[in-house]
Design a protein around this ligand. Structure first.
Ligand code: NIG
Ligand code: FE
Length: 394
């Protein structure tokens, strides 16, 4: 068989359970997928041969939790938080998520696309080939559909895979003030119109209760959508256990997650998505139960949580650094968190995130001494070459 492309003489980090290094490795691509992985000496024939010159070949990076599409500016709130006002106080006074909702509803699709693409380029520059984008700043059918349309167009414009999440249950909009149950009914009626890979919700004092989340999750699961949950960010609501009970792909934030919830997540295979930049920006002190995740075998992903309020960052490499320094991950765990484990959080295990036969050929070639350099050194790391489904992107 003749492959489309062979990249040989590479130090391949397969990310199969860890670095999974193949020194002097080669990867063969056919039809956009990885068709063969092995040693350079035995690499098969191909139409095109790329000599990696002993540089590192890794899976394309995955940011599995972003709110990339939004309008407006929340820097005033940042000042207020610096002066001692809490995120919860600001939200209760109609700021926070709702202030972004007001600006986003006023923005045109073109404006939203332009700003999201510009932020998206910053992810691509870091080697990201799969990007999560949630809705949640429309909070009515028209607004949510607009955000999801823009999210998909971001993927087309940038040539990367975008996974979309429906986050209608992000906050209770002003029109439903004091009537969150009625709003959840409304969100449930939106479901048949929504084209997104999964349904998400913000279960928190400033979001929705576990009863409201359950109601939504029953309906979304019934429609065959994947599930994910913003869980236990500011308080323990046993969000990890609820996510696990519904077979959710991930529970995200999880700073306050209890050991009972960790055990439930382990049994269900629910991924813990760590969002250290939001932790920093909110001045949080409670760290996620990383040791328990590790010892019970809960996969940990790492993401920017890119959003205008609590984590205004496009810096995935910085999030990897913070996950290590603040939460105690190793650099290997941080890389798993933006490759194999991030794929699992997006319901894409065995599709992307590893260099193994059958996966989509999303690959990045780097000239660092070791991948841990990205985690340790706060520099503008950018891959020498990126392939998306076997096609050179840069
Ligand atoms: O993931 N936690 C809820 N949602 C976002 C915050 C969004 C916002 O404040 O605009 C998050 O941190
Ligand atoms: Fe979020």
């Amino acid at each position: 068989m003749i492959f489309d492309l062979v990249i040989h003489r590479a130090r391949v980090a397969t990310m199969l359970g860890g670095w999974g290094v193949i020194e002097d490795g080669a990867v063969a691509v056919i039809g956009g997928k990885i068709g063969w992985v092995g040693n350079s000496q035995s690499s098969p024939r191909a139409e095109r041969l790329v000599d990696a010159e002993c540089q590192w070949l890794l899976p394309g990076l995955i940011d599995c939790h972003t709110h990339l599409v939004y309008a407006g500016d929340r820097s005033q709130e940042f000042e207020e938080r610096l002066a001692g006002r809490s995120y919860q106080e600001i939200s209760a006074a109609g700021g926070g998520i709702l202030s972004t909702v007001a600006a986003t509803r006023l923005a045109t699709e073109h404006q939203l696309l332009e700003s999201a693409v510009s932020r998206g380029k910053e992810f691509v520059r870091q080697g990201v080939t799969t990007l999560d984008i949630k809705s949640g700043y429309g909070l009515n059918l028209e607004g949510e559909l607009k955000l999801l349309r823009v999210a998909r167009r971001v993927g087309d414009e940038l040539g990367i895979r975008v996974v979309t999440g429906f986050l209608g249950a992000h906050a209770c909009p002003r029109e439903y003030a004091g009537r969150p149950d009625d709003y959840i009914d409304e969100v449930i009626t939106m479901l048949p119109h929504i084209k997104a890979e999964y349904c998400d919700a913000f279960m928190e004092s400033v979001g929705f209760t576990s009863a409201q989340t359950r109601r939504l999750f029953f309906a979304a699961r019934h429609r065959g959508m994947g599930l994910r949950l913003h869980a236990d960010q500011l308080s323990n609501r046993e969000g990890g256990a609820l996510a696990a009970e519904f077979g959710a792909w991930s529970a995200d934030h999880v700073e306050y997650t209890s050991l009972e919830s960790v055990a439930a997540m382990a049994s269900a295979g629910t991924v813990a998505v760590l969002l250290p930049t939001a932790f920093v920006c909110l001045g949080e002190t409670r760290r996620p139960p990383v040791a328990a995740f590790r010892s019970l075998g809960v996969k940990m992903a790492v993401s920017t949580d890119c959003n205008p309020g609590t984590s205004p960052s496009t810096q995935l490499h910085l999030a990897m650094h913070q996950a290590c320094v603040l939460f105690g991950l190793s650099s290997e765990e941080a890389w798993l968190g933006v490759t194999a484990h991030a794929a699992a959080a997006l319901g894409l295990s065995n599709v992307v995130g590893q260099i193994s036969q059958g996966q989509i050929a999303d690959l990045t070639l780097w000239d660092f001494h070791h991948p841990r350099a990205v985690v340790l050194q706060l520099r503008d790391w950018t891959p020498k070459q990126v392939w998306r489904a076997g096609v050179a992107l840069t």
